[in-house]
Design a protein around this ligand. Structure first.
Ligand code: ATP
Ligand code: MG
Length: 249
C-alpha cells in the first residue's frame, strides 16, 4: 500500500461561541472521526467532500505535518503535497529558482537540477514564465508552480489539495493532462476536491468525507448512485439544466 490510514481521529478544542453540532462531543470538535482508508501504489484516488469536511487536515496528517489525536498513518515513502493556498508554497523569487529549491535541498548536481527544473516547467506549461517574479503570477499559474516544485522532487506519492481552484477551462484541461501523465508514470495521485465533474473520468476510486467521517469508499458508478448532494457535493450527472432559469442555484 502507498497510504494506509488507520482509524484516524483529529479533534480540536471547542472555541467560545462555537455552535454545538454533530461534530462536537466531549468538549472537542472532531475534524476527523475514525477515518480508515488505503490507497494502493499507482492508484489515482479522489477524496471528495464539502468545505470543512476534513480533506486538508487528512492531507496534513498523511504527509506527517500534523499528528492525529488517535489512530495512525503509514506511507510507503515520502509524500509530495501541492497545497490549497499556492502562496504558502512559493519560496523562490522566480519560478525557475522556486522549482530548483527542492532538488537543491536534495543535494543533486547542478546539471540534474537544471534537467528537472526544465522538465517541470515543461510539464506545467510555465516555460514562458520561468524568470518572471513568482509573486506576480496569477492564481492558476502559482498553482501550476506548486505542482512543478513537487514534480521536480520526483515524489512518488502526490496529494493535490483543490487542484482546480482558480483554474480556467484550459487550466483544468492542463491539470488533468498532468494527472494522466503522472498516473501513466506509475505515481500514486490523490486529488482532494469538491468538484467531482472535473475529475470523474480520471479515477475509479472515490472516497467521500462528510463532517469528518468517511461516508463512501468505492468506484465511480457507486459514487454516482449516492445522494452526493446530501453530503454537500454537486452531483455531476444529475438534473442537467434544460433552460436558463435552471442554472440559478
Ligand atoms: N487548527 C484548527 N483548530 C480548530 N479547528 C480546525 C483547525 N484546523 C481546521 N479546523 C476545522 O476542521 C474542519 C476541517 O477542516 P479542513 O481544512 O480539513 O476542511 P476541508 O475539507 O479541507 O475544507 P475546504 O474545502 O474548505 O478546504 C473545519 O471545520 C475547520 O474549521
Ligand atoms: Mg481544504
Amino acid at each position: 500500500m502507498a497510504v494506509d490510514v488507520l482509524n484516524v481521529t483529529k479533534k480540536f478544542p471547542v472555541y467560545e461561541g462555537m455552535t454545538q453540532n454533530e461534530q462536537t462531543r466531549d468538549g472537542s470538535f472532531y475534524a476527523l472521526s475514525c477515518v480508515s482508508l488505503s490507497i494502493k501504489e499507482g492508484e489515482c484516488a479522489v477524496i471528495a467532500g464539502a468545505n470543512g469536511s476534513g480533506k486538508s487536515i487528512l492531507m496534513s496528517i498523511i504527509a506527517g505535518l500534523e499528528e492525529p489525536s488517535s489512530g495512525e498513518v503509514k506511507t510507503s515513502e515520502k509524500v509530495g503535497l501541492v497545497f490549497q493556498e499556492p502562496d504558502s508554497q512559493i519560496l523562490g523569487e522566480t519560478p525557475r529558482e522556486d522549482i530548483a529549491f527542492g532538488p537543491r535541498n536534495m543535494k543533486l548536481s547542478k546539471k540534474e537540477i537544471n534537467v528537472r527544473v526544465d522538465s517541470a516547467l515543461d510539464q506545467t506549461g510555465l516555460q514562458q514564465r520561468a524568470n518572471f517574479p513568482a509573486r506576480s503570477l496569477s492564481g492558476g499559474e502559482k498553482r501550476r508552480l506548486a505542482c512543478a516544485g513537487v514534480l521536480a522532487m520526483d515524489a512518488r506519492i502526490i496529494i493535490f489539495d483543490e487542484p482546480y481552484a482558480n483554474m480556467d477551462f484550459p487550466g483544468v484541461v492542463q491539470v488533468n493532462a498532468l494527472f494522466k501523465k503522472l498516473i501513466a508514470d506509475g505515481k500514486t495521485v490523490v486529488i482532494l476536491t469538491h468538484e467531482l465533474e472535473k475529475c470523474l473520468a480520471l479515477s475509479n476510486r472515490f472516497i467521500v468525507l462528510y463532517k469528518g467521517m468517511k461516508v463512501y469508499d468505492g468506484d465511480a458508478d457507486g459514487a454516482l448512485s449516492c445522494d452526493l448532494e446530501a453530503w454537500g457535493i454537486h452531483h455531476p450527472l444529475k438534473n442537467p439544466a434544460r433552460e436558463l432559469g435552471d442554472l440559478l442555484w
